[in-house]
Write a protein that binds this ligand. Structure first.
Ligand code: FAD
Ligand code: SF4
Ligand code: SF4
Length: 478
């Protein structure tokens, strides 16, 4: 009888790729996890029990065919595993690195539920596609035919890029407009290199460019070109602009020098790591070196800020969050990484104001306790009277989340419908807005979300556009 290659979860323990020692990794911006060795990837993939109803797959926003590519990896058929993996995911190696797997695929793996430790789905996904790049299996983007219709995409983040990839493969003429000088959106300038090294993103951008996608960078829509001009130039337009308006803090001293926005801080650090000259780093404005840093917030952006500050050589790094560890929105894995690297978490603490005259010297902290659950079921933080104190700081980073910019006003498009949160109103399955030929995808529709959802939206929207033009062509041919 053939040897059973799968179901090894009973005899083989869960194992992650080797994580670099905190003392070493906190001195650079390289990724902290090594690659699986081939044998290790095969061994870890072989733990999958090949469920008939794979919950991992149903909880992956892209419905990746996880059991199949795990089986192919476990049996050494890596090129086929890559073919299956890339069929549903435009950027598998990126998702494998930065999806919060504990909340998605891995968090729903049945062997995790049975106490054996989840299959390390994300690490295997990353391994498959990194190997494909190394082996030259990632093919150039070659359209099946050239079509005359063109699509303009505003925003070169994962949502816009995923749509571009699919549309270009179908032969559309695709132009992406982005206000930054490099494509990738938050993959390039938001997420730090220790989670996602930048050459991983740049080689994807290059693949698209080599395949005929036109990038118009340093092009701020609404300033350098009007939305209407883009609409006039293309048969369809996709808005994929993400959400960039930072939530702010009020209170005495909130405008003092030394209190900065997370997105500015992270962008400056990423730019420096590209080798750019960054005046705000040189002046110290966005540089944590030698400083007492306090980051306010408990999400993934806050985790990226504290860990960046550690790498910049801060004297101390503290993270203030108004709830406790169990209730923080950020990934537990990233919180643990931050703790290992020397970040101190100050739970149940909220800022009330800031000390210092022109320049910030401290954060006035109110201590909190968790009270009754609110409408969402989460316990609301309540102030503990008389427990205030001052946390010393000479750099305060606000990481309180993001909201959409006011696109109808910025683009002089009052008829572009937005929700009460300011996100663009669009159909979830197609991205279609009420404006004819105008679609929207990613964070600008969902609010601050995840890379994998932006990819899904981009793919779905591209498919809807392809279908629409195919239907129009069929009618014209009748
Ligand atoms: P974006 O990636 O934001 O891209 C939008 C693009 O539009 C940008 O390039 C921008 O320059 C461009 N643009 C905006 N306005 C204009 C205009 N007027 N004209 C021209 N161009 C314009 N998600 C995860 O899954 N895992 C993580 O670990 C993770 N970490 C994160 C860390 C940080 C610090 C942040 C801020 C977010 C993180 N996210 C993470 C969320 C994730 O990055 C986003 O959900 C995702 O990038 C959204 O993709 P998008 O294409 O909708 O928008
Ligand atoms: Fe898991 Fe994300 Fe990969 Fe889906 S795309 S399998 S959620 S890591
Ligand atoms: Fe394999 Fe876990 Fe998915 Fe089941 S849920 S198919 S065990 S990865």
């Amino acid at each position: 009888m053939a040897k059973q290659p799968m179901l090894k979860f009973v005899t083989v323990d869960r194992d992650m790729p080797e994580k670099r020692d905190a003392g070493v990794r906190k001195d650079d911006f390289n990724e902290i996890y090594a690659e699986f060795a081939k044998a290790k990837a095969e061994e870890q993939a072989s733990r999958c029990s090949q469920c008939g109803v794979p919950y991992c797959q149903s909880h992956c926003p892209l419905h990746n065919n996880i059991p199949d590519w795990l089986r192919l990896t476990a049996t050494g058929r890596l090129k086929e595993a890559y073919a299956v993996s890339q069929a549903t995911n435009t950027f598998p190696e990126i998702c494998g690195r930065i999806c919060p797997q504990d909340r998605l695929c891995e968090g729903n793996c049945v062997i995790e539920q049975s106490g054996h430790g989840t299959v390390t789905i994300g690490s295997v996904e990353k391994y498959i596609t990194d190997t494909a790049w190394e082996q030259g299996w990632v093919e150039a983007l070659a359209p099946s035919e050239e079509r005359s219709e063109s699509v303009g995409i505003i925003g070169a983040g994962p949502g816009g890029l995923a749509a571009a990839d699919r549309l270009r493969r179908a032969g559309f003429q695709v132009t992406i407009y982005d206000r930054y000088d490099r494509a990738g959106g938050l993959l390039t300038y938001g997420i730090p290199g220790f989670k996602l090294e930048k050459d991983v993103v740049m080689r994807r951008n290059q693949l698209l460019e080599d395949g005929g996608v036109t990038f118009k960078l340093n092009c701020n829509v609404g300033e350098d070109i009007s939305f209407q001009d883009i609409r006039d130039a293309h048969e369809a337009v996709i808005i994929a602009t993400g959400v960039y308006k930072s939530r702010d803090l009020q209170g005495p001293g909130a405008g003092a020098e030394g209190i900065v926005k997370a997105i500015d801080y992270l962008t400056a650090s990423n730019r420096l790591n590209f080798g750019d000259t960054v005046p705000e780093i040189e002046s110290g404005e966005l540089n944590a070196e030698g400083k007492k840093v306090v980051v306010i917030g408990g999400g993934d952006t806050a985790m990226d800020c504290v860990r960046t500050a550690i790498r910049q050589g801060a004297e101390s790094v503290k993270c203030l969050y108004r709830r406790d560890k169990a209730n923080m929105p950020g990934s537990q894995r990233e919180t643990q990484n931050a703790e290992e690297e020397g970040v101190e978490f100050v739970w149940l603490s909220a800022p009330k104001g800031f000390t210092g005259t022109d320049k910030v010297e401290g954060v006035m902290v109110q201590k909190m306790r968790l009270g009754q659950p609110d409408a969402s079921g989460r316990q609301s933080p309540e102030v503990i009277e008389g427990a205030d104190y001052v946390e010393e700081a000479d750099l305060v980073i606000k990481a309180l989340g993001f909201e959409p910019e006011d696109l109808p006003t910025l683009w002089d498009q009052p008829e572009l419908e937005v929700t009460r949160w300011g996100t663009v109103k669009a159909q979830f399955t197609t991205g279609a807005t009420d404006l004819d030929g105008v679609y929207a995808v990613g964070d600008i529709v969902r609010g601050a979300s995840l890379v994998v959802w932006a990819i899904k939206d981009g793919r779905d929207c591209a498919d809807a556009i392809i279908e629409k033009f195919a239907a129009q062509a069929a009618v014209a041919a009748e």
